[in-house]
Design a protein around this ligand. Structure first.
Ligand code: S3P
Length: 448
């Protein structure tokens, strides 16, 4: 018998306790590096998520001409090239597993006359790029993808960009951000119409960098207007803890007996707090403590303790504010009293894995009762009793699947083993030691 760090097991655990801080928010981290890379002056970023996805963005921005350094105290300093100042990279830019990285970067280069080729790993190479190539072509960019609209993708930025008016066909912050970032180097006003609100970190951060951006709320949704070809000014950014990472220790505390965990300094932007709202409705003991404003965002501590959950219907309208949290919500629902129905889940099919299918199959393998349709899932809970567990789950190149099922193992009768657990490093370095520090039994599994 030996152990393999890529195969982890989550074993039955109790009495999780402690105060922890999770790594920086992934969405904010990508954007801080990208806007810093375009701004004039030195942007200082503290709390940057130093995980594989964000490091790809750092490398990409360096390949496009930005000067980026990590100081000994953990601060990152980005000196930008100015709007329209990208240098043509010599090599293909490989974004690994990061959909946010590649889609936002394509927007950044679409209105500057450089040729950039983007590639990604097996999972990213299956994900749709048509959702960004379509609006970015309207700016005058010439874009080719592999058949089926996937990576590799070549973007030849326009040398005479036109501003664009675009209504988001899907509530995707990646698409919205790609369009706004392209608009930074288009003359005149780029307008994005957002029928359903999705995370707004790009808009908030653009304001912090001095961009000429405004918003208006109408009956049809939110209208964002951005005036292009104005320089951005470097600023200081503090990245708060990632609520999508905080979800795992908090969920573990809810499921394991006699537990109470606090996660400090979590980003609580209202476009990201759908899981907390849902858990309140399910009767979870979860509280926000000391909420405050910092750098244009709300942050606070979140505390959760062992709870008895009841099944509810999670409306489709809430999906954008908890889009990355459905795998862990489905795990929580599997221990609730009654059935939890989650609607409006079509976007889950195009994440790092087909999260609807993979979550449902893995739950069933652990003994849960699950039904799915094209864009919904229903999980009937065990009524607070431990699920059987005992399954071997493949992460399917998806960090959130890996972490969700390790948490399930903590509350099951038998350990749950996760293969492909190295994917956790894309968003949550230190996950295993943080969970162990709380008392969770997550460790490399013994394999033959
Ligand atoms: C992200 C947006 C979401 C989310 C992803 C991060 C972002 O994707 O799932 O993890 O930082 O803009 P979509 O925009 O495709 O919904």
């Amino acid at each position: 018998m030996s152990t393999n760090p890529n195969i982890l097991a989550g074993r039955p655990s109790r009495t999780l306790s402690g105060d922890v801080a999770v790594p920086g928010d992934k969405s904010v981290s990508h954007r801080a590096v990208m806007l810093g890379a375009m701004a004039i002056g030195a942007t200082r970023i503290s709390g940057l998520l130093e995980a594989a996805d964000v490091i790809r963005t750092v490398q990409a921005m360096a390949a496009l001409g930005a000067h980026i350094e990590r100081h000994a105290d953990g601060t990152w300093v980005v000196e930008g090239v100015g709007v329209g100042g990208w240098k043509e990279p010599e090599e293909v830019i490989d974004f690994g597993n990061s959909g946010t990285g590649v889609r936002l970067a394509a927007g950044l280069v679409a209105t500057t006359p450089v040729k950039v080729i983007f590639s990604g790993d097996e999972s990213l190479s299956r994900r749709p790029m048509g959702r960004i190539t379509q609006p970015l072509s309207l700016f005058g960019a010439r874009i080719d993808t592999a058949p089926g609209g996937t990576l590799p993708m070549r973007v030849i930025g326009s040398d005479d960009p036109a501003p664009v008016e675009y209504t988001l066909p899907v509530p995707s912050a990646q698409v919205k951000s790609a369009v706004l970032l392209a608009g930074l180097n288009a003359p005149g006003e780029t307008i994005v119409m957002e029928p359903e609100a999705c995370r707004d970190h790009t808009e908030r951060m653009l304001k912090a960098f001095g961009a000429d951006i405004s918003e208006e709320f109408t009956e049809k949704g939110r209208i964002i207007r951005l005036s292009g070809q104005k320089e951005l000014t470097a600023c200081a950014i503090e990245v708060p803890g990632d609520p999508s990472s905080a979800a795992f220790p908090l969920a573990a505390a809810i499921l394991c007996p006699d537990s109470r965990v606090m996660v400090r300094n979590v980003l609580l932007n209202p476009t990201r707090t759908g899981l907390i709202e849902t858990l309140h409705e399910m009767g979870a003991e979860i509280r926000i403590l000391e909420p405050r404003q910092s750098g244009g965002e709300i942050i606070g501590h979140v505390q959760a303790e062992t709870s008895s959950l009841r099944g509810i219907t999670v409306p489709a309208a809430r999906a954008p504010s908890m889009i990355d949290e459905y795998p862990i919500l489905a795990v929580l629902a599997a221990f609730a009293h009654g059935t939890t129905r989650m609607e409006g889940l079509a976007e889950l099919r195009v994440k790092e894995s087909d999260r609807l299918k993979v979550t449902a199959e893995a739950l069933a393998a652990c003994g849960a009762e699950v039904k799915t349709g094209e864009d919904w899932m229903e999980v009937t809970g065990s009524g607070g009793r431990p699920l059987k567990g005992g399954a071997v789950i493949d992460a399917h190149h998806d960090h959130r699947i890996a972490m969700s099922f390790l948490v399930l193992g903590l509350a099951a009768q038998e350990p749950v083993t996760v293969r492909g657990a190295e994917m956790i490093a894309t968003s949550f370095p230190g996950f295993v030691s943080l969970m162990q520090g709380l008392g969770a039994d997550i460790a490399p599994a013994e394999v033959e």
